[in-house]
Ligand binder design. Structure first.
Ligand code: S3P
Length: 173
């Protein structure tokens, strides 16, 4: 195994856990959202607003296709990356996929004021938005090899748990 791909809802901790996990393994860390923003030269919120969600999703898919070949890397996908079926074909052998589970209320708490910048939580009732979106995605997140319930755990503990899991499942490059 030479890659770990973290998927899950906004606020599930993909970025913070991914950074810590990569550090513990001595691997690189790549965050899809950050790469998309630098590719498009603007923030995700701006892309949604000015160019539309499809432009963002296409850039996100392309980013996944390029990055997911790298070895000795932990990846944090965006929360919506797993929804596009064809994206999964970019997950190469030797990749452990991990769903970081979080409930909507906790996700919003973790996102905090930043929730205001998440384009998909803008109807004025973020908890209702988050509940509906998460329900519509549960089945795709469940395609991950393993699920980790992050409720009540900090990023350090989640990263440690995944490291143990990964080391127990086979040789890490
Ligand atoms: C999205 C999640 C965000 C970002 C964009 C869309 C989604 O990433 O890619 O706002 O569809 O769930 P995070 O999960 O890193 O917040």
């Amino acid at each position: 195994m030479c890659r770990i791909l973290l998927i899950g809802f906004m606020g599930s901790g993909k970025t913070s856990v991914g950074r810590i996990l990569a550090d513990r393994l001595g691997w690189d860390f790549q965050d899809f959202d950050a790469v998309v923003e630098s590719r498009l030269g603007t923030s995700i919120a701006e892309v949604f607003e000015r160019r539309g969600q499809v432009v963002f999703r296409d850039a996100e898919s392309e980013t996944g296709r390029e990055l997911l070949r790298r070895e000795r890397t932990v990846f944090a996908s965006g929360g919506g990356w797993p929804v596009r079926e064809s994206n999964w074909s970019d997950v190469a052998q030797g990749t452990l996929t991990v769903w970081l589970q979080v409930e909507p209320r906790e996700a919003l708490r973790r996102i905090g004021g930043e929730g205001a910048r998440r384009p998909l939580l803008q109807s004025g009732d973020p908890i209702a938005d988050a509940r509906a979106l998460l329900e519509s995605r549960r089945a795709v997140y469940a395609r991950a090899d393993v699920a980790v319930d992050t409720q009540g755990m900090d990023a350090e503990a989640v990263a440690g748990h995944i490291e143990t899991l990964a080391r127990g499942r086979g040789d890490l490059l």
